[in-house]
Design a protein around this ligand. Structure first.
Ligand SMILES: Nc1nc2c(ncn2[C@@H]2O[C@H](COP(=O)(O)OP(=O)(O)OP(=O)(O)O)[C@@H](O)[C@H]2O)c(=O)[nH]1
Ligand SMILES: [Zn+2]
Length: 357
């Protein structure tokens, strides 16, 4: 096996490989390499090439394992660690897909029984689950197959996600509805495809800016989805900043609270089956909120702002921005009227994720 790649570019290669259905390995210091093939992008042929002897344990996230009631054999295990499902004659490709993808949980009972074991390469396993999220894939892998070309270290993923590499790319005037004097500033990091933008509204004065951190929501922002409150919040933020006199709207490319568009739509499909927004994320195997507001702090820093008034109902956003070095002088509530389609979503945010609505 090649030496573990250490540059962030290797992470881009690893993400690309996983999305194409090619194996990669994660090699943490002091552990054996963990060879991975993403279940979502594998097919029976690539699995056969990956594991010619037909032995392929499956690595799934802790949340997914708990959903499938596969954690009870692991009494002493760390509840946050991913879980390995041991090979079994009935663990064929389709069954592995059913382990990975909750879409059919209610329709087809899972074959079994399955034996699970604690991961013996905890750092690489955690990094694998993280990488799946960054790649927008389901967090489940066939493991221990043939040596792949791309090998990365967990630290390379940290560096890949490091907000300090973000730079201003360009800026221009952008008159928008509700703020005709706005200016847009685009930010880019060398190793990430995410292009974040800031909308600067009004003329700075001695007061801290009114700031909104808006996480991308294609369905709400662009298509007018009524399932969430994003679209109205986006427009109301521009109006509130204008009314305050000046401020900044950060449009962060953190679709689906950081799990990506496809995984968010998978969560919506689970919500169609009756699960709420919190349980849907857990069933998929993700954290309830996978966002990192370090990017927002870095953007504010590059714009010369270290103290803000923050438009949000989410105290976790305030805490995470402060942890990243931006002082929040005041939290300004940003609640909008509910509609029949987002009533339950807003109630879940209030009751389960601490939103002050
Ligand atoms: N995973 C997932 N993401 C969702 C769902 N509904 C909306 N989102 C995403 O949640 C994000 C919107 O959250 P925000 O409005 O920025 O933040 P918040 O945590 O609700 O806090 P506020 O600042 O009070 O609005 C966007 O990235 C949406 O795509 C859902 O059901 N599941
Ligand atoms: Zn939304």
């Amino acid at each position: 096996m090649n030496a573990a790649g250490s540059g962030p570019r290797d992470v881009s290669r690893a993400i690309d490989a996983l999305r194409r259905g090619w194996p990669i390995a994660i090699h943490a210091a002091g552990e054996d390499p963990l060879v991975l093939l993403a279940v979502e992008t594998a097919d029976p042929r690539s699995l056969d090439t990956f594991a010619p002897a037909g032995r392929y344990p499956v690595l799934i996230s802790s949340g997914r394992a708990a959903t499938l009631k596969l954690t009870n054999q692991l009494a002493a295990a760390d509840p946050d660690l991913p879980v390995v499902v041991e090979p079994a004659p009935w663990l064929d490709f389709d069954t592995a897909v059913a382990l990975a993808d909750p879409a059919l949980d209610l329709a087809t009972p899972l074959k079994g029984p399955f034996r699970t074991e604690e991961v013996d390469r905890p750092r690489a396993s955690l990094a694998a689950i993280r990488l799946a999220r960054i790649a927008g894939l389901l967090p489940a892998f066939f493991i221990d197959g043939i040596d792949p070309e791309v090998v990365i270290a967990p630290e390379a993923i940290d560096r890949h996600q490091d907000a300090r590499t973000l730079r201003m790319a360009t800026r221009a005037r952008l008159p928008v509805e509700g703020a005709e004097d706005a200016e847009i500033v685009a930010f880019r990091a060398p190793d990430s495809a995410d292009e974040h933008v800031a909308l600067l509204i009004g003329r700075p004065d001695e007061r801290p800016p009114l700031v909104r951190l808006h996480s991308e929501c294609l369905t709400g922002d662009v298509l007018g989805s009524l399932k969430c409150d994003c679209g109205p919040q986006l427009r109301a933020a521009i109006a509130a900043i204008r009314a305050h006199g000046w401020g900044i709207l950060l449009y962060l490319r953190q679709e689906g609270r950081g799990i990506g568009l496809v995984n968010k739509l998978r969560a919506y499909r689970l919500q169609d089956q009756g699960f709420d927004t919190v349980d849907a994320n857990t069933r998929l195997g993700f954290a309830v909120d996978a966002r990192d507001f370090g990017v927002a702090a870095r953007m504010l820093d590059l714009l010369g702002q270290r103290q803000v008034r923050l438009l949000t109902n989410n105290p976790a956003k305030v805490a995470s921005l402060e942890a990243a070095g931006v002082a929040v002088a005041e939290r300004v509530p940003h609640a909008l009227p509910a509609n029949p389609h987002n009533e339950r979503y807003l109630a879940t945010k209030r009751d389960r994720t601490g939103h002050q609505l």
